[in-house]
Design a protein around this ligand. Structure first.
Ligand SMILES: [Zn+2]
Length: 260
């Protein structure tokens, strides 16, 4: 199957290829991931996602098309809703930064495919600078928010698995071009005065994330190929929406792990 910007997110493409977001779905809940692949579970984009898409489409040069496809972003009087005024402010802010604009000056939405850990993958890069860098644009809530995992501090990069995402991008680009390129996140946040930075993810962090995934991929491949039954996590939106009550439970059953 030949991937284009038109069919990249199609059900057929998602069945034929793995993507980083799909693998993240599997790591969250196998049943949920399979329901999305089969088209049984559709998630409409949330306002925060749409703000990111607005900024993405600006850089891609398709903002007019985005506005036409998303009439919900306008108020009745035809002006932008406040969330998207924020997106406009973000665009105005990043324009003042030469480094940010340099990072975002590559070829937009470049699609490549490759093979990692016995699976076919597809990637789509926000800004690809051949021989120089792979850049992904992220519009985040607050750039310097810190969270904890197993007692360790982590930034939004680790929290949302963006280091894994770029680790996969780096390997696919290497397979296509022979060059392992530096991987950068061009990040800007949604504060009234947006914070912004271009973050270089160290190569050893990219490699570490790839290796972490290596040991989980066989199970994911088996489930996706219908050779193993998907497990339900029991707590995600999909699992709650589709659960069936078949027995009484005890109070202690309510005290199970809750995903952070
Ligand atoms: Zn679930």
């Amino acid at each position: 199957m030949k991937l284009t910007n038109k069919n990249y997110y199609s059900q057929k493409a998602n069945q034929a290829y793995f993507s980083v977001s799909q693998v993240k779905d599997f790591l969250k809940c196998e049943a949920y991931a399979m329901a999305k692949i089969n088209g049984e579970w559709v998630e409409p984009p949330t306002p925060p996602m749409l703000i990111g898409s607005y900024v993405d489409s600006y850089f891609e040069g398709t903002l007019e098309e985005f506005k036409n496809n998303n009439p919900d972003i306008f108020k009745k009087d035809g002006s932008l809703k406040s969330d998207f005024m924020k997106a406009e402010a973000i665009i105005a802010r990043v324009h003042k930064e030469e480094l940010f604009m340099k990072c975002m000056s590559g070829e937009k939405q470049v699609i490549m495919t490759g093979e990692i850990f016995g699976a076919h993958w597809k990637i789509k890069m926000d800004s690809y600078l051949p021989h120089e860098a792979i850049v992904d644009l992220k519009v985040v809530q607050k750039l310097r928010d810190v969270s904890y995992k197993n007692g360790w501090k982590q930034s939004f990069v680790e929290k949302w698995g963006y280091d894994l995402q770029l680790g996969i991008y780096q390997e696919i680009v290497r397979q296509n071009t022979g060059e392992p390129l530096p991987c950068i996140i061009a990040a800007v946040d949604k504060q009234d005065y947006p914070d912004l930075d271009c973050i270089l993810i160290p190569d050893d962090q990219l490699e570490f994330q790839r290796n972490q995934l290596r040991w989980k991929m066989q199970r994911i491949i088996d489930v996706k190929n219908h050779n193993e039954l998907p497990k339900r996590c029991g707590v995600c939106d999909y699992c709650r929406a589709t659960k069936k009550l078949d027995k009484l439970i005890l109070p202690d059953d309510l005290i199970v792990f809750t995903p952070s």
